[in-house]
Design a protein around this ligand. Sequence first.
Ligand code: PEP
Ligand code: MN
Length: 341
Amino acid sequence: MIVVMEQGASSAQIDHVIERIKSLGLAVHLSKGEYRTVIGAIGDKRPEHQSILEAIDGVEQVVPIMKPFKLASREFHRGDSVVDVGGVKLGGGPVALIAGPCAIESRQFLRTVAGQVRAAGAAVLRGGAFKPRTSPYSFQGLGEDGLKLLREVGDEFKLPVVTEVLAVSEVPIVERYADMLQIGARNVQNFHLLSEVGKTRKPVFLKRGFATTVREYLMSAEYILSQGNQQVVLCERGIKTFETELRFTFDVSAVPVLKQNTHLPVFVDPSHASGHRQFVLPLALAGVAAGADGVMVEVHHCPEEAMCDGPQALLPDMFVELSKQVAAVAAALGRSMVKPL
Ligand code: PEP
Ligand code: MN
């Protein structure tokens, strides 16, 4: 349920409602708007709860949330959420670019790519230190050494950094170095991991799984939100279908469907969706045209030497072109681009 307080309700009235919600055994999620306070009462509710809360002074109305994903739903929060990643704001209108290599490979290499993507307009740097690989014999990432390099290079180039966390046990270390924690497609329903990152106060970049429905995906976001972490960014990165020409099938329809159902920012990742660099640009444009809040892409200045996902890495000049064309599509829709810090 959402308890909508009257305009100008006093803090004593708000506190009383909060106490009452707790006494009913429900969790409280406070959302203070410019004019009104809205309080989410989430949990195993009973029919009489609505009338109890409606009777309290200062309460304007109590509205049930019909969707199973409560805190993620637009019923709970009508406006677009804006997520702050180390000072860069994602969501709420402007379009942002997150770019960088699939994996962190060395200091010099990361510095080169970081400088190139920043100059071309990327606002956030990506790079994996813990890589989820299909084969145990493939490069698994540099681990903590990679995290240190990412932090160092992010600071040098004034780019907040996002990197994947694979396991509950690695949350503290990734949290120490990263501005945003990425949960990859393969972990989208690792509920313990979702809860654990929900306990941190770092933004979370939650990829859609390649076999998760939009509803299941939003329930995964709900796991994070229900722990009190409101900073979640979603990302469509391709799903498995009968089509085999590309690595995955980019589900562009998920973008408007997600935007309608949730207030959380929605990104697209055309690199993993397509698996081939020549298809990254058109899919990025489609995603932004469909309403995405931003694009995450992989960039490498020497893809044939990449330790991971070389075929889908954009060359730096391709990223420059992508940035230009994404800005043009955004402008056609009356939207600006998020500038690097
Ligand atoms: C990645 O972003 O490097 C990655 C592994 O993505 P996904 O989880 O979407 O496959
Ligand atoms: Mn990759």
